[in-house]
Design a protein around this ligand. Structure first.
Ligand SMILES: [Cu+2]
Length: 68
């Protein structure tokens, strides 16, 4: 079943940051789409329901950004 997860992410300052975060999350198997709002510092991820929030948090943190 499809599931949407939302994260508040600190440290993104420009379009490159957004691209890095998007790419890192999109590589996780089971992720269907990623939306990033630089202004709101929000990341919305649609998944097939088989992806955990912890997996996504890890991917964001590996890119050097903070999930708050
Ligand atoms: Cu940047």
């Amino acid at each position: 079943m499809e599931k949407e997860l939302e994260f508040n992410v600190d440290g993104m300052t420009c379009g490159n940051c957004v691209a890095h975060v998007k790419k890192a999350i999109a590589q996780i198997s089971g992720v269907e789409s990623v939306e990033v709002s630089l202004e709101e510092k929000k990341v919305k991820v649609s998944t097939n329901g088989q992806v955990t929030a912890a997996q996504i948090t890890e991917a964001i943190e590996e890119e050097g950004y903070d999930v708050v």
